[in-house]
Each structure stands twice: as structure tokens, then as C-alpha cells.
Ligand binder design. Structure first.
Ligand code: 6PG
Length: 231
């Protein structure tokens, strides 16, 4: 049996507000116990509105590190860059004081930059305060894509690599991604999805063995699913 809870909202505005408030609360709670807190955040389109609301939360942001769950291997200024999305939606307002650690490195290929990215991630406060995952309609999360050559390695909870490179079989760009073991080293995991299609995909994730099933089936880190229908 697995152990995850659903938080359902009537629209994305309500969801974004509730999730931004929840993440700020988790950061505050964590900062009462330790000097630094850290969120690992997914890119894509879903979190944009939530990021904007989170950026306005009053918090000791200079004690907060933010990093990405995964990155598409494109120039930083490219429209598909998760770093660019996070910078323009979250690293403004109060949150501009946060410490951002991107997965982009000086290397031309994702595979060549893995060690450098892993050492940056290793320096930040872990376990993460929370990891926020999105999900694609093929059941991928982070950059764990169905059919990727190294999917089994990415999802092996006993491997110690924090970060790996991967080539999604169908998506255009190579990726750099946290591994399952890195994602599980968190106080909690939040899956943030919208729309009836993704809800159905998530409901059948375990029976169809989608990559996100690896998160839903583990018992080490609590998982909650935050969902609203699309506007
Ligand atoms: C990425 C991700 C990825 C994302 C889903 C959902 O860089 O692609 O981090 O796992 O969360 O693909 O993407 P959307 O929110 O755009 O639907």
C-alpha cells in the first residue's frame, strides 16, 4: 500500500495561493530548527503563477536556497530554460534575496557538467525542506522519461548520484536531473499538477508503471498531490 494524500482545489488561482502559502510555512518551520532551508523546484509551465505568489512571501529569504529538480540543456536565455522561468517568476520581490543554485554549468554537454552540478547541490541544506514535482502527460516527472536509456539508474533508490544527465526519447533537449535518491532526501514531496488529463494519468501511474510511480510507491518521504482543474 502507498501513502499519499490529495489536496484538491476548485481552480488554479486557489491552488497557487494555497501552495505558495504552504511552502512559505514549511520554510519558516524549517528555519526555526536549522540555519538554512532549501526547496528543489520543477520547471515547465504549471508552477509559474505559484512561483509569483511565493516570491511575495515575507521570509528570511537570505537563509533559503532554491534549486531546480531538472534542467533542459539549452542556453540560459532560451525560452525552454527552467532556470530562466524560475528567475523571471520567483527570483523577484522578497525572494530575490534567496540563494539560487542552477543545474546549468559551464559545460557544453549535460553529461560533462554532472559532477559540477552535483557538487553544488551537495553544498546546500539537505534534506530539502520540500521538493516540488510537476508531471507530464506521459507520466514523467523530474527528467525521468519513459524509454530513456538510463531510466532504471535514475530511479534506483540505492544509487548515490545526486544528479545525472539523460536524453528523453521524444523531447527535443538533453536534460540534467536530480535522481530519485536525491528527490527522496527531502522532508516532503509535493506533486503539483492541473487538469483532468493529468489527474487521470496520476491515478493510473502505479498500474501503468509510469516513472512517477517510483515516488508514489516509496514510503520514506511523505507525498502530497496538489491539484486543480485547468481554468
Ligand atoms: C521539465 C520538468 C517536468 C515538468 C513536466 C510538466 O523541465 O520539463 O521539470 O518534469 O514538471 O513536464 O510540465 P508542464 O508544467 O509544462 O506541463
Amino acid at each position: 500500500a502507498t501513502d499519499f494524500s490529495w489536496q484538491k482545489f476548485s481552480d488554479t488561482a486557489e491552488l497557487d495561493q494555497a501552495l505558495a502559502t504552504q511552502l512559505a510555512q514549511e520554510l519558516r518551520r524549517d528555519l526555526e530548527r536549522r540555519d538554512a532551508a532549501c526547496l528543489a523546484l520543477s520547471g515547465g509551465g504549471t508552477p509559474k503563477g505559484m512561483f509569483h505568489l511565493l516570491s511575495q512571501q515575507a521570509l528570511p529569504w537570505q537563509r533559503v536556497s532554491l534549486t531546480l529538480v531538472d534542467e533542459r540543456w539549452v542556453p540560459r536565455e532560451h525560452a525552454d530554460s527552467n532556470e530562466a522561468m524560475l528567475r523571471s517568476n520567483l527570483l523577484q520581490n522578497a525572494a530575490s534575496d534567496a540563494h539560487f543554485i542552477g543545474l546549468k554549468t559551464a559545460h557544453a554537454q549535460a553529461a560533462e557538467g554532472v559532477e559540477e552540478a552535483a557538487s553544488r547541490i551537495a553544498q546546500i541544506a539537505r534534506p530539502f525542506t520540500a521538493v516540488v514535482l510537476g508531471m507530464g502527460s506521459d507520466g514523467h516527472c523530474a527528467s525521468w522519461f519513459p524509454g530513456a536509456e538510463n531510466l532504471a539508474q535514475l530511479l534506483d533508490p540505492n544509487r548515490s548520484e545526486l544528479v545525472a544527465a539523460t536524453q528523453p526519447p521524444k523531447a527535443p533537449h538533453a536534460r540534467m536531473t536530480l535522481s530519485l535518491s536525491a528527490v527522496l532526501a527531502s522532508q516532503q514531496i509535493i506533486i503539483h499538477i492541473t487538469g483532468t488529463e493529468k489527474k487521470a494519468v496520476l491515478e493510473e501511474a502505479i498500474s501503468k508503471n509510469y516513472p512517477i510511480a517510483a515516488v508514489l510507491q516509496q514510503r520514506q518521504t511523505p507525498v502530497s498531490i496538489w491539484w486543480a482543474p485547468n481554468d
